[in-house]
Design a binder for this molecule. Structure first.
Ligand code: A3P
Length: 295
């Protein structure tokens, strides 16, 4: 199905104070009332933190490392995006309602907005976090290519918005902190993009253990190879190239852009970096959560 023409760059709308893509906000009632099932696995991230990467890894685990099975459908069908809504396209909730059990569910919601049923059903959750500077850069290019977002303006302007949480899904700082605290009382594996870059096999073993699967070396190797950046960039079932250009324009910036840690150094000026660091210290004060900005 083709999305309706009017999907171009509407302003964000707050949901309980969190700025949200307009169409997502308009469909909020459906999301809030979503009925999770006990065997749903939730994959939660702040945008641009490696959601697609960890989703492909988990789908490989669910399919015992069978790469052909993992190419049966696009990633956004295999792991539906809970709060997704764009006119003319089935919503995330509609897709999820049609999936067989043992569903994989993607969300970018901050912890306080997650539908209650996920807690009530005690669903397992994997959270993947990425350092704020690389997320800000990745998000800036994504805002440009994914036209459901408002126009990001200049990099300097966008960085100010990002720092202040005036972007879709709100504050990065509050997102990573909120989920970090929640992991103390819930069945949650909290992963870092930087760790995954550094040693994917080690992190894949962690995921296998969390899901109660034996970490056979053959399986770990198959997953590591299939989910490398190079492979995923070429994989049409993972690289979002099947989305209509009116929604995502890869000629502006590809979804699979660079896939590295530390790219922020090519984007931040010295002044921007100093300003960001000072604010970061303030916003991250008092947490034992820490990030590596390079590896
Ligand atoms: P960059 O824009 O820095 O390249 P999400 O899936 O949460 O939207 O995150 C997208 C980011 O993850 C992009 O970052 C993308 O290139 C990167 N990414 C996707 N698959 C990856 C992989 N297999 N290995 C490393 N990075 C990956």
């Amino acid at each position: 199905m083709q999305p309706a023409e009017e999907t171009q760059r509407p302003a964000l709308i707050p949901i309980r104070g969190v700025p949200m893509i307009k169409y997502f906000a308009e469909n909020w009632g459906e999301v809030e009332g979503f009925q999770a099932q006990p065997d749903d696995l939730l994959i939660s991230t702040y945008p641009k933190s490696g959601t697609t990467w960890i989703s492909e890894i988990v789908d490989m685990i669910y399919n015992d490392g069978d790469t052909e099975k993992c190419k049966r459908e696009a990633i956004y069908m295999r792991v539906p995006f809970l709060e997704f809504a764009v006119p003319g396209i089935p919503t995330g909730v509609e897709l999820l309602q049609k999936r067989p059990s043992r569903r994989l569910v993607k969300t970018h919601l901050p912890v306080q907005l997650l539908p209650e049923s996920f807690w009530e059903q005690d669903c397992k959750m994997i959270y993947m976090a990425r350092n704020a500077k690389d997320v800000a850069v990745s998000y800036y290019y994504f805002y440009q290519m994914a036209k459901v977002h408002p126009d990001p303006g200049s990099w300097d302007h966008f960085l100010d918005d990002f720092t202040a949480g005036r972007v879709s899904f709100g504050s990065w700082h509050q997102h990573v902190r909120g989920w970090w605290e929640k992991r103390r009382e819930h069945r949650m594996l909290y992963l870092f993009y930087e760790d995954m870059k550094e040693d994917p096999r080690r992190e894949i073993r962690k995921v296998l253990e969390f899901l109660g699967r034996p970490p056979s070396e053959g399986l770990v190797e198959a997953i590591a190879q299939h989910t490398s950046f190079t492979k995923m960039k070429q994989n049409f079932m993972a690289n979002y190239k099947t989305i209509p250009t009116s929604v995502m324009d890869h000629s502006i910036s590809p979804f699979m852009r660079k896939g590295v840690t530390g790219d922020w150094k090519n984007q931040f000026t010295v002044a921007q970096n100093e300003r960001f660091d000072a604010d970061y210290e303030r916003q991250m004060e008092g947490t034992d959560l820490s990030f590596r900005m390079e590896i």
